[in-house]
Design a protein around this ligand. Sequence first.
Ligand code: 13P
Length: 252
Amino acid sequence: MRQHIVAGNWKMNMSFEGADDLTNEIKEMLEEHTLPKETLLVVCPPFPYLELVSDYSSESYFAVGAQNVSDRDNGAFTGEVSAEMLESMELEYCIVGHSERRAYYGETNALVAAKVNQLIKHDISPIVCVGEVLEEREAGKQFEVVAQQLVEGLFHLSANDFRRVVIAYEPVWAIGTGKTATPEQAQEIHAHIRGLIAKQYGQEVADDTSILYGGSCKPSNAKELFDPDVDGGLIGGASLKAKDFIDIALSF
Ligand code: 13P
């Protein structure tokens, strides 16, 4: 059966020292509170702090992920970070297709597909973000927008490769705005996503796929959101506070 996942996307925040303090607090809180064994915590810091966070993760188990990856193999691509590099650091996860990358860095579904391929090739699980912007929601187009993102970004994979994928539904209008989707809105679109996966890959693969919700998720609303097709959260702001992050993970 699918795993519950609470993943913290730190985005472009924290100094090195701040990252050290936050990870240490997460570690200490994990020593005090045991998460249910089907709940996995993933921490996704900026690239320069991956090694620091990975060192802590070996002492107290949580997984580590990157926030982005290149669509290319190693070589002359200044400023890029390859999936091979992430694999060599033994990273297990990487976020792809976040709406901020789609909006500010022109990440298209085709680019998402190329990045996903790199990650799969290097044994890293992609956490693929999908979600509609406010105008699309207001026009009632959220179901087709998300379907297109899945078809063009992911559904070229074989069923076997798709099994590595985690999906994060993040309505863009809910990210960093304090406006959360209602549990009904989240459940409705998560069920839609699972239905599309079932159509493409069969019910068993769909039942095994973790689909996370992201967008102003915090300890006060996590419990009502995580139910029954919502398998956890991709957390932005609240993942920068150890207590909030762990409290969200304890919401199941
Ligand atoms: P917030 O939790 O800050 O709304 O961010 C959500 C997000 O974008 C996680 O990837």
